[in-house]
Design a protein around this ligand. Structure first.
Ligand code: PHE
Length: 349
């Protein structure tokens, strides 16, 4: 039996030489160590071994078993390492190459301005309500006291849609939509896109955005003084505490009295320059006390309720704030322009 063991051993070790393949190793493992393999067979025949020799033979079998097992483990390890090296060599992975740059986005300057504007109004207690872009004549014009023959209602100014609908020309529809379904007291701002049949130019765009604001309470509670206070507060928070604010009498069908609001020119601070046409002032928004006809149109009794409203262009306001001189820059999405607002975006978020 000793010779037999020696035979198994030398054959196995010869086959488990340095160049053995995975298949050869597996062959030896099954033949020698397998459930019906050579060593199992030997164990079964232990009964034939004389008692006094059994311990020695048993030790030999165990030694042989672990010798073959160790050899197989070492060879497998070696094969695995060689395989890995081969595939690394083939992939030619150059870990010194610079990584792929995945650019992260940031907010558009107009979005940043709009968020800032809404934040200021929110801090003053205004609630933000979004209303619809697709409107009917009543909510965009009729309820806002536009006479039937008003030029804004004409084809060359407004985008009309089939079925008597149109794209709102201002966010003033927000006043109507909100007041129709709610009762005072109200302090609301409505941001949103507006559309007019204008060519894209330095000063105008067929699509732009506005923020409408209004405050309504029992008649006489909200005065023109509150309108002045809210807007002055807002403009100084947005443009800087030393900004001059001026109210100029004006006209809108939906407010009476109406006022246009100017701020002192941000470039020359009132001294007069090319941008403000030497006046020292720049027009920034429209406002006024809500017209009694508008209140009637939403089912409010003008002797019971009154309030003010204002509306401003978000692009126009951003333009002045950022010192940008061409509205088109906001719509062209040229990264060389937009990337200048990255730091501002990161600071705001
Ligand atoms: N809707 C006006 C515009 O688009 C702005 C405005 C709103 C004026 C509310 C007065 C009151 O120019």
């Amino acid at each position: 039996m000793r010779e037999q063991l020696e035979e198994i051993r030398s054959r196995a070790l010869a086959e488990l030489g340095a160049g053995a393949t995975e298949a050869q190793i597996e062959n030896v493992r099954v033949r020698v160590l397998g459930r019906t393999g050579e060593l199992t067979e030997i164990m079964r025949r232990m009964r034939e071994v004389p008692n006094e020799e059994r311990p020695a033979i048993g030790r030999l079998i165990n030694e042989l078993k672990s010798e073959v097992e160790n050899r197989i483990a070492a060879l497998s390890e070696e094969l695995k390492r060689a395989g890995m090296e081969r595939s690394l060599g083939e992939a030619r992975l150059d870990v010194t190459l610079p990584g792929m740059h995945i650019p992260r986005g940031w907010l558009h300057p107009v979005t940043l301005s709009r968020e800032r504007m809404l934040d200021i109004f929110s801090e003053m207690g205004f609630e933000v309500v979004e209303t619809q872009d697709v409107e009917d004549d009543f909510h965009n014009f009729g309820a806002l006291n536009f006479p039937a023959d008003h030029p804004a209602r004409e084809m060359q100014d407004t985008f009309f849609l089939p079925g008597g609908l149109l794209l709102r020309t201002h966010t003033s529809n927000g006043q109507i939509r909100v007041m129709e379904r709610r009762r005072p007291p109200l302090a609301i701002v409505c941001p949103g896109n507006c559309y007019r049949r204008d060519e894209l130019s330095v000063r105008a765009s067929p699509m732009f955005s506005q923020i409408e604001g209004f405050m309504v309470d029992r008649a006489g509670v909200i005065t023109m003084g509150h309108l002045k206070g809210v807007l002055t507060e807002f403009l100084r928070a947005f443009f800087g505490a030393d900004t001059g604010v001026r109210f100029r009498s004006s006209f809108f069908p939906f407010t009476e009295p109406s006022a246009e609001v100017d701020i002192s020119c941000l470039l020359c601070h009132g001294a007069g320059c090319r941008v403000c046409k030497q006046s020292g002032w720049t027009e920034i928004l429209g406002s006024g006390m809500i017209h009694p006809n508008v209140l009637r149109a939403v089912g409010y009794d003008p002797t019971e309720f009154s309030g003010f409203a204002f509306g401003m262009g978000v692009e126009r306001t951003s333009l002045l704030k950022l010192g940008v001189d061409d509205l088109r820059l906001f719509f062209e999405n040229d990264l060389r322009f937009l990337s200048q607002f990255r730091a501002a975006s990161e600071a705001a978020s």
